[in-house]
Design a protein around this ligand. Structure first.
Ligand SMILES: [Zn+2]
Length: 125
């Protein structure tokens, strides 16, 4: 260990623990959403009302949208948890600078600092 002096953007062990708990909770919620979607996709015994059918297909589109996000979220959360295990959590994957705590707490599975996030959004390749 080169230095024990923590810069103030470095997450403490307690903060990391809290964030991990939060991440696991988010992951559970996202998984529950995915599971809900699967249940909805199961063939139902009682079908046949055309009005019901129409509204159900709209529901499905919304659910698809949601589950797409949930799937994405789970992947990002898992990546974040994996980085915690490796001890590299809280750093921008691009410029390796610590991600400000404020951002980490708002978006615990953030992969980039605000600057890199923006440049990634502008670059489409
Ligand atoms: Zn960065």
């Amino acid at each position: 260990m080169p230095t024990k002096k923590n810069n103030k953007e470095t997450l403490t062990a307690t903060e990391l623990k809290e964030i991990k708990k939060h991440l696991l909770q988010l992951k559970e919620e996202a998984m529950a959403r995915l599971k809900d979607k699967k249940t909805m996709d199961m063939p139902e015994a009682e079908v046949g009302d055309p009005i019901d059918d129409a509204s159900r297909s709209i529901d499905k589109e919304i659910l698809f949208e949601l589950s797409g996000n949930a799937h994405n979220t789970i992947e990002q959360i898992e990546a974040a948890l994996c980085k915690m295990d490796k001890g590299i959590y809280g750093r921008c994957e691009y410029c390796r600078q610590p991600i400000p705590k404020k951002r980490i707490k708002a978006l615990p599975f953030a992969r980039y600092c605000v600057n890199c996030q923006h440049s990634n959004e502008h670059r489409h390749d």
